[in-house]
Ligand binder design. Structure first.
Ligand SMILES: Cc1ncc(COP(=O)(O)O)c(C=O)c1O
Length: 401
């Protein structure tokens, strides 16, 4: 067995056949002795009788000057790099433990870590959809998803943001031309603080035998009863077979992950280039991520607090057009339109001791430059009061949310 196994899916997914090609390619690797799997350094490498404990002599790391291993000797907690790709000797006990935790949290079969969320998104998209497949990708998807699509051999169609009618039309017209169709969306759109229409997209995926991939970058840790993200929040977790996340936002560490059926994760381990050809995330940082996930699971009050702060700020600003599901998302854009106005407003904020980043094209579409407010459970009420007082003084026409 290759990847980390946890409890079975809560429901039997009707889509196991959709990954048959991936399984066939993995099987062909076995025949050539080319199949790769993650082995935890050093335990699974050391012959137990000859090299007890961690006495294995490492001729596989890229630690050419011994600086990483020296740090390990001095203080196991000290920051050091993993030294190599997870497929060489960079996959350590914390990596294995976090993969297991993420798979269990996400109620799926397996998980794999990558050095960043960018690598996880771009790598998964570049690797999973194949030449005879179609990718349907939301127009406002994050650059990491877009770049993965660009690298993929599949045909790509970009649908207007959130327009499920267009997705449906593309599926009706083109589904039969392709082996598989992948629907790719962010769960929470990071520049808008809005949810993707996940339930409707899942309905379309089910009706037309397509596969959902959701980037949970801004949902992980914040949304859902269990804090696992937008798919949990929208009750579609078991209908989205592949979810991608980052350890660098609510989890407060660094790195990325993909969770899904074991065959998908095994396929990534064997074919995903940012995973195979990049040094694993530092073990100490992964240990930090483990502690954060434990905190998120044990302290639901943190997400309750940031969600209530988000509702409070939205209410105060009179932003009412978002659904109740969305009112708790801690990203609040103040769309000002021009770069000039946005930079002016950001400078005013800074002068008052408030850092609110100005977001301009190409990060957002032309003419929609904005201040992007990110709230945190760590903000004190008094700090929120200051934010609101500042926003009140912005010309009213500017705050259209
Ligand atoms: C939606 C989305 N996906 C992926 C990423 C990439 O995550 P990371 O910063 O861990 O590379 C980001 C980061 O900005 C993001 O906003």
């Amino acid at each position: 067995m290759l990847a980390i196994t946890t409890a079975r899916w809560p429901e039997v997914l009707p889509m196991s056949n959709r990954f048959r090609t991936l399984q066939q390619r993995l099987d062909s690797l076995v025949a050539k002795d080319s199949l790769r799997s993650l082995k935890r350094w050093p335990e699974e490498w050391a012959p137990p009788t000859e090299t007890p404990g961690s006495g294995l002599i490492n001729f596989g790391s890229n630690d050419y000057l011994g600086l990483a291993s020296q740090r390990l000797g001095e203080n196991a907690q000290q920051a050091r790099g993993a030294g190599a790709s997870p497929l060489v000797c960079g996959y350590t006990e914390p990596h294995q433990r976090l993969s297991r935790m993420l798979a269990a949290w996400e109620q799926t079969e397996a998980a794999v870590l990558l050095p960043s969320g960018y690598a996880a998104c771009s790598g998964a998209l570049a690797t999973l959809p194949q030449a005879n497949d179609l990718i349907l990708s939301d127009q406002l998807n994050h650059a990491s998803l877009i770049d993965g699509c660009r690298l993929s051999a599949a045909t790509k169609m970009i649908y207007p943001h959130g327009q499920t009618a267009i997705v449906e039309d593309r599926l009706i017209r083109h589904r039969a031309e392709f082996d598989r169709v992948w629907i790719v969306t962010e769960g929470v759109f990071g520049m808008d603080g809005k949810l993707a229409p996940l339930a409707k997209l899942c309905d379309l995926a089910d009706a037309h035998d397509a596969i959902m991939i959701v980037d949970e970058a801004h949902g992980t840790g914040v949304l859902g009863e269990d804090g696992s993200g937008a798919c949990s929040h929208c009750a579609v977790k078991s209908r989205v077979p592949i979810r991608i996340g980052t350890l660098s936002k609510a989890i407060g560490a660094q790195g990325g992950f993909v969770v899904g059926p074991r065959v998908v994760i095994d396929y990534l381990i064997n074919f995903c280039r940012p995973l195979i050809f990049s040094t694993a995330a530092p073990p100490g940082v992964i240990a930090t991520a483990i502690a954060s996930v434990q905190t998120i699971q044990q302290e639901p009050d943190r997400r309750a607090r940031v969600r209530s702060l988000s509702s409070r700020v939205r209410q105060h600003l009179g932003i009412s057009e978002c659904s109740t599901q969305e009112s708790e998302i801690p990203i609040i854009p103040i769309i000002l339109g021009s770069n000039e106005q946005t930079l002016w407003a950001a400078a005013q904020a800074l002068a008052e001791g408030l850092f609110i980043p100005a977001i301009r094209p190409p990060t957002v579409p032309a003419g929609t430059s904005r201040l992007r407010i990110s709230l945190s459970s760590a903000h004190a009420e008094i700090e929120i009061d200051r934010l609101l007082r500042f926003l009140e003084r912005l010309p009213q026409a500017m705050i259209s949310g």
